[in-house]
Design a protein around this ligand. Structure first.
Ligand code: ZN
Length: 175
């Protein structure tokens, strides 16, 4: 799964789960979490020569984020954690138990040559990835439309402040 699939489907799931709730969640944190494992691991893979799924694709990483969310000032981390959980789900990470259950199977990760061509190849030929990118894009558009993000200005406001024109600025849920 690539960028739009992760962003869109992660956001879509958060949207679905918060549909009935009146609390305003900061969807930017979900979006951040939805791509965080790749934001961390892909550059690390480039630097270390290891596979592109590393520490940030482990339950250890997810649980660390969720544990931090118990600190009152870091409550937003649970939204990041939710995003990370959707990322692991869409990566079908259970197919790589040695990574997701790290360090249960050992402290090292498999080495793999950093290969951007392989990503293009996947994008062009893997129906799962293509389907994910399309569905993700549709969710992003539907979300933006439903929340009144219909101009570049509105998009900039959302990115800078989490503002949803039809709902208002993002606020941390107090419960
Ligand atoms: Zn990933």
């Amino acid at each position: 799964m690539f960028l739009l699939g992760h962003l869109g489907i992660g956001l879509g799931l958060a949207w679905l789960l918060s549909w009935k709730s009146l609390a305003r969640i900061d969807y930017r944190l979900v979006l951040l979490g939805a791509i965080l494992p790749d934001l961390i691991d892909k550059p690390l893979a480039y630097v270390t020569g290891l596979d592109s799924r590393l520490w940030a694709h482990t339950f250890l990483f997810l649980f660390a984020i969720l544990a931090l969310s118990f600190v009152p000032a870091l409550r937003g981390f649970r939204l990041v954690g939710f995003g990370v959980a959707t990322h692991l789900l869409l990566d079908m990470i259970w197919n790589q138990p040695a990574i997701v259950l790290y360090p249960y199977y050992g402290w090292t990760f498999p080495a793999a040559p950093f290969n951007v061509d392989r990503w293009y190849d996947t994008l062009l030929h893997d129906p799962y990835v293509q389907f994910g990118e399309i569905v993700g894009s549709l969710y992003l558009i539907a979300f933006a439309w439903a929340h009144g993000i219909r101009s570049w200005r509105a998009l900039r406001n959302f990115i800078a402040h989490g503002t949803l024109p039809l709902i208002g600025p993002a606020r941390l849920q107090k419960d």
